[in-house]
Design a protein around this ligand. Structure first.
Ligand code: UDP
Length: 239
């Protein structure tokens, strides 16, 4: 019966870059489109947890290159992700989807604190949970946090939505004409060949915990819904 059938629960990672539409700040039309695509899958019964990056505001490593203390710069990066969470929350609510934002850095006026059991309860009730402020720790990436949140809230798959690429390639397709598109690869392949899928911390966390991941492009219309509903787009990455 519908009561006993486990629902599909996934963690969607959205790059901050996509939210900026290539610029600093917010490209509202992009976030609106992504929210509408998420709403379709939620209505079809998929439980959706989301981690949003912050690259459209600040990246700690870049600020550090310009002379800032890395840890403080990383906190700026994490705060940027929260603005993206609020924007996505707004467009999801406009699309008729019930949402909660939970942040790793407490800010009670704008979001709940990160409480894993509560996040799971929200998901069971059909609410989209958006995780903000990364892990709350400098020197980590939102990719690593995506994997950690997926593991802790028992998501079956991590869906890595990328900007500028539609899959994992054997080399950078923008600079290397011999680059081939990969249907499947392992975390060890990615680590050994230094493929730009994710940082090494995220890759090893995936490998050690047998995470199933799909890397796909956010730009093509409908791709977010497709990924959420389990279509085999992009590249599958497994242990
Ligand atoms: N960040 C951090 N700890 C975390 C997650 C993020 O310090 O757990 C900071 C880091 O400076 C990073 C920035 O937040 O550069 C924005 O996140 P990220 O670069 O992962 O966003 P994306 O590239 O996905 O847009």
């Amino acid at each position: 019966t519908a009561e006993t059938a486990p629902r599909r629960r996934v963690l969607l990672k959205l790059s901050g870059e996509s939210f900026g539409g290539g610029d600093i700040g917010l490209a509202a039309e992009v976030v609106r489109r992504i929210a509408a695509e998420i709403a379709v899958a939620v209505r079809a019964g998929v439980e959706v947890a989301i981690v949003v990056g912050g690259g459209n505001f600040f990246r700690g490593a870049e600020l550090a290159q310009n002379g800032m203390d890395r840890a403080r710069a990383d906190y700026m990066g994490m705060l940027g992700t929260v603005m993206n969470c609020l924007a996505l929350q707004d467009f999801l609510e406009q699309a008729g989807v019930s949402t909660r934002v939970q942040t790793a850095i407490t800010m009670g006026q704008v979001a709940e604190p990160y409480i894993p059991l509560r996040a799971i309860r929200h998901l069971e009730k059909g609410r989209v949970v958006i995780f903000g402020a990364g892990a709350g720790m400098p020197f980590f990436s939102t990719d690593t946090v995506s994997v950690q949140r997926a593991l802790e809230t028992h998501c079956q798959e991590v869906l890595m939505g990328k900007n500028g690429v539609d899959a994992v390639y054997s080399a950078d397709p923008r600079t290397d004409p011999t680059a081939t598109r990969l249907e499947h690869l392992t975390y060890t392949d990615a680590l050994v060949n230094d493929l730009a899928v994710m940082d090494a911390t995220a890759l090893s966390l995936c490998r050690d915990n047998d995470v199933v991941m799909r890397v796909f492009g956010l730009e093509e219309r409908g791709n977010v819904t497709r990924a959420l509903q389990g279509e085999k787009i992009g590249t599958l990455v497994t242990a």
